[in-house]
Design a protein around this ligand. Structure first.
Ligand code: SF4
Length: 404
């Protein structure tokens, strides 16, 4: 039986802005998910038994804040009325921040929303890509939203998409977060997804630049304790590299239904959430079925799921055989393999070289510097063997757990 860990719900495809790197195809549509569809979704999820102790629900649009607070009050009430007593449900929003006002802040606090705001750094980096439909920058409105969150003491993290320009400027990025009181930071790289080809990933020297950026940003954070309290890329990589040997890496993106996505019309998909919305006739646009017409049990028997699983598993097996970083990656992200290599049954991507390989290299280098005698370097002949050494030699520290 599958276990749903993350449920990605698209309440509307609409977004009030128009970022240059956005891959969402229907972001001008103002369609809204029906209450009946939400009812069918949550009653099926909860009656399926496909969950553990907790379920994270990400309301990911478009822009989730284009819908009124009353929509979410009603939706959360519905979820609460259907929720099994032992199951903990946490709601998350990822917002562009431009619509945050005092009422939203009160609601975030009331509903204890796990909140992420997208901002790409200082104005001249942010406004290169994050634009209104008329082409104006959105920095002023986003930073106003962040300042309001701070005024209301609402916890939040930011996600910043790195460009070739911001990757070259770790000090400037760090100073910006500190000046704005932003303490929890996640970096994304502009990805190739669907028809969108990332210029950042194709830039020459990008791997070395990313490695330098992350290393320098980490060093700056360590030198100013308490300023950046959470740096996702480092915390996550540390957790993956330093763990008891018997703990296997779990890649939820290659497990059917571990991440389950639903669009406003009730269409269900799984594996990488970005697959839902991509046009691909060979895989029925990655739609397994519709929650208004099929049960979750029906979806398990879907021929499309069997084919998707076989192709994704083939890629994971190739990664296991060929990649020395497999023990800290688990076979990568299906959506990037498809976009960059044209098939799920493949291994390396520019995306994984940055986010897995170079990040892991950085952690291993730091571990070597911190404790030169902590690892048996004499027996190390490859990066892959070094991971196992790290896994044997260190206990997982609670302080290294991902916190948001
Ligand atoms: S780092 Fe890339 S090639 Fe290696 S296991 Fe991950 S996805 Fe596969």
């Amino acid at each position: 039986m599958p276990t749903i860990q993350l449920l990605v719900v698209q309440p509307t495809p609409f977004c009030n802005i128009d970022c240059k790197y956005c891959y969402l195809p229907n972001r001008t549509s103002k369609a809204v998910i029906a209450r009946k569809t939400l009812y069918n979704l949550f009653s099926q999820v909860f009656s399926s038994g496909w969950f553990g102790d907790g379920l994270s629900v990400v309301w990911h649009a478009g822009e989730p804040l284009v819908l009124p607070i009353a929509f979410y009050r009603d939706a959360f009430g519905l979820v609460e009325s259907l929720r099994p007593p032992r199951l903990q449900v946490v709601h998350s929003f990822q917002t562009n921040g431009t619509l945050i006002d005092d009422d939203w802040c009160a609601f975030f606090a009331e509903a204890q929303i796990n909140l992420g705001v997208s901002i790409d750094g200082p104005r001249h980096f942010h406004d290169r890509n994050r634009l209104t439909r008329s082409g104006r920058g959105t920095f002023d409105r986003t930073i106003a939203g962040i300042r309001l969150l701070r005024r209301h003491s609402i916890p939040f993290h930011v996600i910043s998409v790195l460009s070739a320009a911001s990757i070259a400027s770790p000090r400037e990025m760090f100073d910006f977060y500190v000046a704005e009181g932003i303490e929890r930071v996640c970096f994304n790289i502009e990805e190739s997804e669907g028809d969108h080809i990332s210029e950042t990933l194709r830039a020459s020297g990008i791997e070395a630049a990313y490695y330098r950026f992350l290393g320098e940003f980490w060093k700056l954070s360590a030198a100013a304790p308490g300023k950046i309290k959470f740096l996702r890329e480092i915390e996550t990589a540390l957790q993956q590299v330093i763990r008891p040997k018997e703990v296997q890496f779990y890649n939820q993106l290659v497990q059917p239904f571990a991440v389950t996505s639903i669009d406003w019309a009730g269409n269900i998909s799984t594996f990488s959430p970005e697959l839902l919305g991509l046009k691909n006739p060979a895989y029925n646009n990655f739609i397994l079925g519709n929650v208004n017409r099929a049960t979750f049990a029906d979806l398990l028997d879907s021929p499309l799921l069997v084919r998707l699983s076989a192709d994704i598993d083939a890629g994971v097996a190739m990664c296991r055989d060929q990649c020395e970083y497999f023990s800290v990656c688990g076979g990568g992200e299906p959506v990037n393999k498809l976009a960059e290599n044209g098939t799920f049954a493949s291994t390396e991507t520019a995306y994984c070289r940055l986010t897995k390989m170079r990040t892991t290299d950085l952690i291993l280098k730091a571990l070597d510097q911190i404790s030169p005698d902590g690892f048996d370097r004499g027996s190390i002949t490859s990066e892959g063997e070094r991971f196992d050494e790290a896994a044997v030699s260190c206990e997982t520290s609670p302080s290294m757990r991902r916190t948001g």
